[in-house]
Ligand binder design. Structure first.
Ligand code: PMT
Length: 406
């Protein structure tokens, strides 16, 4: 028995040359015990016939929204409710744009709007179309909406170009589907636990229109929140100002380090785990001018700064602290400074990132971490922050569960 035995997969095929690979994909999914029903767009039928897909799936193929006979069998809403997973492969640039915009002008796009099931897409298109700003923006929006992207792969394309845009091959797509369902069936390591995560930057006001801040985007903290949710935790995010869509959690928005400190301390006694991922300003202006500060004839302006409370250290110093995890953003001697912070702040664990490296750390999509705790250390290799977050949460859950059972 594989993880996809008896799973109901609605395969949406759109009009790209890779559509011919869907016969093989369907055959392999059904070999593993999945039930596959196929929906094809009009242009998909130019590349592979409904008859072929009916033969390999063992089910009638649906392709029209306005077909009374089909609606009398399994109507489009029933179809949408039937699926455990909707997989769109290949997903063309045109389909991705329609899906992002929420257009429902044919059966497949309507199903995508109507389904409560998770949706995964395997993009396939010319490499220039894939790299076009519009496509990239659409894919980023879909990712934010928790749509899973498998691929594209890079290599030689049917049009003669070479680059990213090939549909992931059927074998790899089947593996991705199997892994997806295996992941769902894993015991949830943090089921019912309360986790608070700080995320994003803080802003320290100088006057009504100016502030001191940093480049934190909140991506790492929000990815941690999503990973904690997927492990079954009840998540509270205390977030500085960011431009991200909220994840499924309790969200407390704050501006300054003092606000963040107050919001954390107000709710910390309910928490089992606290993760301090925010880039909190160590200092704030001693006074905030009530009016906008005017330019003077002087060549200098001095802003006197005073120390902010250290939020993670305040949490770790509580009489009964939650399992407290800090981050260390370092530009040199990462291990030395991270271990020193863990000790000084009395943390159960610290995740160090080298923020001097380009393409990771502040405001990047990717990150790499070295994690330290009193009995061990682990490396999390450079990857998308969502992937890094899952690995860090698994480490935290293992250490937290070991600590609470001993
Ligand atoms: O938001 P992104 O763009 O995705 O970037 C992610 C990140 C680089 C901000 C993140 O991975 C990270 O490293 N966060 C911690 C940044 C930081 O402030 O590090 P620090 O080494 O200065 O602080 C050490 C720890 O003390 C951190 O857990 C910090 O949250 C905490 N701290 C610091 C100061 C303070 N007043 N209160 C705190 O709680």
């Amino acid at each position: 028995m594989t993880a996809i035995a008896n799973k109901r997969i609605l395969l949406g095929i759109t009009g790209g040359i890779a559509a011919y690979k869907c016969a093989e994909l369907t055959r392999r999914l059904t070999e593993q015990g999945a039930e596959v029903r196929v929906v094809m767009t009009q242009s998909a039928q130019e590349f592979i016939t409904p008859l072929t897909m009916q033969a390999v799936s063992g089910n009638p193929v649906a392709h029209s929204l306005l077909d009374p006979a089909a609606e009398a069998g399994m109507g489009h809403i029933e179809f949408a409710k039937w699926a455990d997973l909707v997989l769109i492969a290949p997903a063309t640039a045109n389909f991705i744009a329609k899906f992002t915009a929420g257009i429902a002008d044919d059966l497949l796009s309507t199903l995508c709007l109507a389904t409560p099931a998770p949706i995964a897409i395997a993009p396939a298109m010319n490499q220039v179309m894939y790299q076009a700003q519009a496509t990239q923006a659409n894919l980023a929006t879909l990712k934010q909406r928790n749509i899973t992207l498998w691929g594209p792969a890079a290599g030689a394309q049917a049009c003669g170009d070479v680059g990213p845009g090939r549909m992931v091959n059927p074998d790899e797509l089947v593996t991705a589907v199997v892994n997806y369902f295996s992941e769902q069936e894993k015991p949830q390591l943090l089921a019912g636990k309360n986790i608070m995560i700080t995320a994003g930057p803080t802003r320290e006001a100088i006057d009504p229109v100016r502030y001191i801040s940093n480049h934190s985007s909140g991506k790492m903290g929000y990815a941690l929140a999503q990973a904690a949710r997927s492990l079954g935790a009840n998540v509270t995010v205390v977030s500085g100002p960011v431009a991200l869509a909220p994840v499924e959690c309790k969200l407390v928005n704050v501006i300054s380090a003092l606000d963040m400190h107050a919001a954390v301390m107000a709710d910390i006694h309910q928490q089992d785990i606290f993760i301090a991922c925010a880039a909190v300003a160590d200092y704030r202006p001693e006074t905030i001018a009530e009016q906008k500060i005017k330019k003077t004839n002087s060549d200098e302006m001095v802003v006197r700064m005073i120390k902010n409370p250290d939020i993670v250290a305040s949490v770790a110093a509580l009489e009964k602290p939650p399992f407290t995890v800090g981050f260390a953003a370092e530009t040199q001697d990462v291990e030395h400074y991270a271990r020193d912070k863990m000790q000084r702040k009395n943390l159960a664990m610290i995740a160090a990132n080298d923020v001097a490296q380009s393409g990771q750390g502040f405001n990047a999509d990717d990150n790499a971490l070295t994690v330290f705790w009193p009995q061990g250390t682990a490396q999390i290799a450079l990857a998308n922050k969502q992937v890094v977050a899952v690995q860090l949460l698994q480490l935290i859950a293992t250490q937290f569960n070991a600590n609470t059972s001993s």
